[in-house]
Structures are given as structure tokens and as C-alpha cells.
Write a protein that binds this ligand. Structure first.
Ligand code: 5GP
Length: 173
């Protein structure tokens, strides 16, 4: 049986999402923003974040990159499984991630999105996991920073399980 230890509870998640949403609302005041969620892990975070943004015009789209599968070691080969549908040329884009670990997925996705000619691309993540960072990317907004460990819940899975958990746990196999 895996061991689960709570890392951030429901109330604290909502507090952090509100804090980040307030900052984003201030930074993008009077502008149109395109949120691009990275499937599948960011689905809950994006849903909560989007509902707290105080901006007049927010568009939402999704991307999907290859996932860990049942492995807990990050893959260095990133494959795009689903592309965006919205035209982001000349738009302000905010990529919404569940967790940034090595940063390789994000670096690949940013590079891909830059090809569409957006006005700006920034990154918002629920969790910024710093220890194994390999790509030089800027995380502009983060709800929680952790050093290491494998986390599940609030969108994050292990072999497609646990995404529905309302809080985030550290999982030890
Ligand atoms: P990176 O390319 O930054 O190493 O990995 C990014 C992706 O790996 C995340 O979007 C997420 O799907 C997965 N990932 C990285 N760390 C964790 C973790 O601690 N738990 C889970 N469930 N997935 C993770």
C-alpha cells in the first residue's frame, strides 16, 4: 500500500489560488487573457483559477503533452497529443500547469506556443517543484513551492488514479 502524507489541504489550496488569481487579475487588468491548461493534471487548478479571475475577457483552451504513464520518473521525450484550437496570434497567453518539475515539458510547450506568435507567454503553476529543474524557464506565478517528492491529488495522478482527491498528498510507494 502506498503511504500518503498531506502537503496542502483544501482550504489552503483555495487561499493560494485566490492569492495568485488576484495577482494575475491585477497584472492583466484591462487586457484580454488566454488561459492554456496543460491536460490532464491542470484541469482542477484551471477550473478554480479561471473562476477567480477578475478580468473582462478570458479565453480558455487546452494542450496535452505526453504523461508519465505509470512511471514516476520524468520523461525527457515530450510528445504533443492535443494542440490548441484558439488563435493566439498577438494575444497574451498564460500557460496553466499542475506541476513544474524538470521544466522540460513546459520548455517544449512554450517553444511550441511561441510559434503561433502570441504577444506574451507567461506561466502559472499550482506547484513549483524546484530540485530537479533542468530547463531554464521562468515560473511567473506559483501557488506552492516544494523541493522534491512525488505528489498526487487535485489533478495530479499516479497511473491515472488520485486526480479527484481534493487535497495534495506526498505519495511514497
Ligand atoms: P517536467 O517536464 O517538468 O519534469 O514534468 C512535468 C509533468 O510531469 C507535470 O505536468 C506532471 O504531469 C508530471 N509530474 C511532475 N512531477 C510530478 C509529481 O510529483 N506528481 C505527479 N503526479 N506528476 C508529476
Amino acid at each position: 500500500m502506498p503511504e500518503f502524507t498531506s502537503v496542502i489541504n483544501k482550504d489552503e489550496i483555495q487561499r493560494q489560488v485566490s492569492r495568485v488569481a488576484a495577482t494575475i487579475s491585477k497584472d492583466y487588468q484591462g487586457r484580454e487573457l488566454v488561459l492554456i491548461g496543460v491536460l490532464k493534471g491542470a484541469f482542477l487548478f484551471l477550473a478554480d483559477l479561471a473562476r477567480q479571475l477578475k478580468l473582462e475577457k478570458v479565453k480558455i483552451d487546452f494542450l496535452q503533452a505526453s504523461s508519465y504513464g505509470a512511471d514516476i520518473v520524468s520523461s525527457e521525450t515530450i510528445v504533443l497529443k492535443k494542440d490548441i484550437d484558439i488563435d493566439i496570434h498577438g494575444k497574451d497567453v498564460l500557460v496553466v500547469e499542475d506541476i513544474v518539475d524538470t521544466g522540460l515539458t513546459l520548455a517544449h510547450l512554450i517553444n511550441h506556443l511561441a510559434g503561433f506568435g502570441p504577444k506574451s507567454i507567461k506561466v502559472c503553476t499550482m506547484i513549483d517543484k524546484s530540485e530537479r529543474r533542468q530547463a531554464a524557464i521562468d515560473v511567473d506565478y506559483a501557488c506552492l513551492t516544494v523541493e522534491k517528492g512525488f505528489l498526487v491529488g487535485y489533478g495530479l495522478d499516479y497511473a491515472e488514479n488520485y486526480r479527484n482527491l481534493p487535497e495534495i498528498y506526498h505519495m511514497k510507494l
